[in-house]
Design a binder for this molecule. Structure first.
Ligand code: GN1
Ligand code: MG
Length: 369
């Protein structure tokens, strides 16, 4: 959709923020599906690098609301994590640099939105986990994040993407796109379309329980992909990143998406379905770390749906990939034709694996409470 920004323009954008020092070079960074991210290297020894991001404003239609959410959330974390426990991420990736006008983002003449934070050197993230310890640490990290935000009222934040994990509205969009079938692709995906329709009714339980007041809207991250956790070289957690979708949500969105991405034995878009399953040991370790941090803030009904939440999030992301495929690949960046269909197939394979292991997953959760 957007042409990639040129170096000269990137340099100009960086100059809008109040920084000292001279830029050495600027390179694309990371593997996000939505925003464009760059590492800004600075000249001279001991100078800190920056992370520059162009926010995708077709996806995040109200960038001022988004950046205001981030300000509220990072201020809250800063207040709750007073010295001497003050972790470094508050000083780097949670510090958004101000422009010369004092705003935490910059809008260029073409209408693109930019923001800049400090770069964390020598961090790594996992698309596929290697050890159960990584899952345990990741579970603690996301659990602690939610615990720290549990006393921030959800209605203080705006919705950066309305109805983001609302499965009913995702299904409505899917129905419309399927009906239109503008790219004549429905014939390529009969099995996937049938799966979406067959499972739809079972997927509304979280929304139903929310409406009935059994579970509560909290401040949640909503994009708890495992690779949004940064680790240091000794596998200690440095930070949770990607705060764009922090907004009101159910705890299940965060637990479920972390399991979807962290307990998968294969990549999110693995083409060989035989390689894809949910690793029950990774699930158990993540759940242990997560519940250590959250079991005292969750109610019975919330806990009761935790195991199922992994299915819900896997279904929703598969549904979104499939919808985007049918719609002509307008939302997610793709690397080859058919990529979104491949992603959807991989997610639905993972969903089947979770369904097979459901009673085991429920048992594990019960034992952790
Ligand atoms: C997108 O930005 P990134 O790549 O972490 C998407 C998530 C999906 C994910 C699937 C704003 O996340 O909802 O789970 O891709 N983010 C948005 O990989 O749509
Ligand atoms: Mg994201």
């Amino acid at each position: 959709v957007n042409s990639s920004p040129e170096l000269a323009h990137l340099r100009e954008v960086v100059q809008q923020f109040s920084i000292t020092g001279q830029v050495e070079d600027i390179q694309p960074f990371g593997s996000g599906h939505i925003n464009d991210t760059f590492r800004v290297r600075m000249k001279g020894q001991g100078s800190r690098d920056y992370l520059l991001q162009r926010i995708n404003h077709h996806v995040f239609k109200d960038v001022p609301v988004l950046m205001n959410n981030i300000r509220i959330v990072t201020d809250h974390l800063r207040a709750r994590l007073k010295a001497p426990t003050k972790p470094v991420f508050l000083q780097d990736c949670y510090t958004y640099l101000n422009t010369r006008e004092g705003s935490n983002y910059f809008r260029d003449d073409a209408g693109h939105f930019w923001r800049m934070t400090y770069f964390i050197p020598e961090s790594k993230s996992y698309d596929i986990l290697e050890t159960a310890d990584q899952a345990l640490s990741g579970g603690r990290a996301y659990g602690m994040f939610l615990n720290l935000l549990s006393d921030l009222p959800a209605d203080h934040l705006g919705e950066t993407i309305p109805a983001f994990h609302d499965v009913c509205s995702r299904l409505q969009v899917f129905d419309a796109v399927l009906h239109r079938d503008a790219c004549h692709r429905a014939r390529e995906a009969p099995i996937e379309i049938a799966l979406v329709q067959r499972e739809a009714a079972a997927m509304t339980v979280i929304l139903d329980w929310g409406r009935a007041g059994r579970i509560h809207l909290r401040v949640t991250h909503n994009d708890t992909k495992f690779n949004n956790i940064l680790f240091d070289k000794n596998d200690r957690v440095l930070a949770i990143v990607d705060l764009d979708t922090v907004m009101p949500g159910y705890i299940h969105y965060d637990f479920g998406d972390a399991i979807r991405s962290g307990a998968n034995t294969a990549a999110e878009d693995e083409a060989d379905l035989a390689k894809i399953s949910m690793d029950i040991n990774l699930f158990a370790s993540f759940a242990r770390g997560f519940l250590e941090q959250t079991k005292y803030i969750l109610n019975k009904a919330e806990i009761e749906q935790l195991a199922f939440s992994a299915q819900l999030m896997t279904y929703i992301i598969g549904l979104r990939f499939l919808t985007d495929y049918l719609d002509g690949d307008r939302y997610y960046k793709i690397r080859h034709p058919g990529h979104n269909l491949q992603r959807a197939r991989a997610q639905f394979q993972l969903l089947r694996s979770m369904q097979e292991q459901h009673s085991e997953m429920e048992k594990i959760i019960r034992q952790l409470i």
